[in-house]
Design a binder for this molecule. Structure first.
Ligand SMILES: NC(=O)c1ccc[n+]([C@@H]2O[C@H](COP(=O)([O-])OP(=O)(O)OC[C@H]3O[C@@H](n4cnc5c(N)ncnc54)[C@H](OP(=O)(O)O)[C@@H]3O)[C@@H](O)[C@H]2O)c1
Length: 279
């Protein structure tokens, strides 16, 4: 397959480049500044020039807290620009893959979310990503992949914890009342390509197996690194972040399992691989 990837220097974009090479697929990657997906003409021109089989949109406004005070800009990137990519993909006869998020859910379900559960975002980021899903559906052939709590080659929670440990932190105060699915960008990239190869359309949840709180994730990082730090659980209220987050956004991956034949590896195993590769 020939893949056109936006946001190609982000965490997932970089992982997709490696996964494409490993699978013998052609990869054309674009990111800021050479392609701003909020520029409709530029997006259309770049896709037309690449003549891809699939457009994979990894570009996003991902600063969840900043989006609260900047929703118009977040919507331009996460919502409106997806309309441009959907039209560009249609013109090029390509499938559109839109990467979305567990933050489209409110966390009140009390059980893992299935693809057809009604979304109800709590934050500006979640609202704009849901708008992006709505825009992606307009593409004749589309695949929406919802993922969560990504770690890879970029800014993420795992690197932030490691940085604090490297700086000598002995106490880490981490939120214990939000539960989700930590996911390694490399594993997600493999899943996206497998879904494309299988001709999958519609919406699919793709996260590493298992779930954790941020507190449990931090404790596992400390354990794997053999660091002498204490992880202290705090509440979401104590963390006092601008954006509301779902208390429980575990994603049900039955559909991915049925298509790919297996779940992605358990997150602690994926985390260990990431820490070893990222040392
Ligand atoms: N990270 C997570 O925990 C998480 C969780 C669930 C879902 N997701 C979704 O997964 C996807 C990939 O996330 P990620 O962690 O790989 O994101 P990332 O590392 O933040 O990468 C996003 C890339 O998009 C670029 N970008 C931003 N605005 C753009 C624009 N207008 N035009 C073109 N490129 C633009 C960014 O460039 P700059 O760095 O220069 O801004 C960055 O290189 C996103 O759709 C995100 O919403 C992420």
């Amino acid at each position: 397959m020939r893949l056109f990837v936006t946001g190609s220097r982000g965490q997932l974009g970089r992982a997709l480049e490696r996964a494409a090479a490993a699978g013998g697929h052609e990869f054309v990657g674009r990111d800021l500044p050479e392609l701003d997906i909020t520029d409709a003409a530029a997006a259309r021109g770049a896709v037309a020039e690449a003549r891809p089989d699939a457009v994979i949109n990894c570009a996003a406004y991902t600063a969840v807290d900043a989006a609260e005070a900047d929703e118009a800009r977040a919507l331009a990137v996460n919502g409106t620009a997806v309309e441009y990519l959907a039209a560009a993909a249609d013109s090029a006869g390509a499938r559109l893959v839109q990467i979305s998020t567990d933050f489209v859910f409110d966390g009140a379900a009390g059980r893992p979310y299935r693809e057809d559960d009604p979304p109800h975002p709590l934050s500006a980021y979640g609202r704009t990503k849901l708008a992006g899903e709505g825009a992606a559906v307009a593409a004749r052939r589309h695949l929406i992949v919802r993922t969560a709590w990504l770690f890879g080659d970029g800014a993420n929670f795992v690197r932030a914890i490691r940085r604090q440990l490297d700086a000598g932190a002995r106490t880490l105060r981490v939120v214990a009342d939000q539960r989700g699915c930590p996911t390694y960008a490399e594993d997600l990239a493999g899943a996206v390509i497998a879904l494309l190869a299988a001709g999958t359309e519609g919406t699919v949840h793709a996260v590493n197996a298992g779930s954790a709180s941020w507190f449990e994730l931090a404790a596992e990082i400390v354990r794997l690194l053999g660091a002498a730090a204490e992880v202290v659980p705090i509440t979401t209220a104590e963390a006092a972040r601008p954006a509301a987050r779902p208390p429980f956004s575990v994603l049900d991956t039955s559909r991915l399992r049925a298509i790919a034949g297996a779940d992605l590896p358990p997150w602690p195993q994926a985390l260990a691989r990431f820490l070893a590769a990222d040392g």
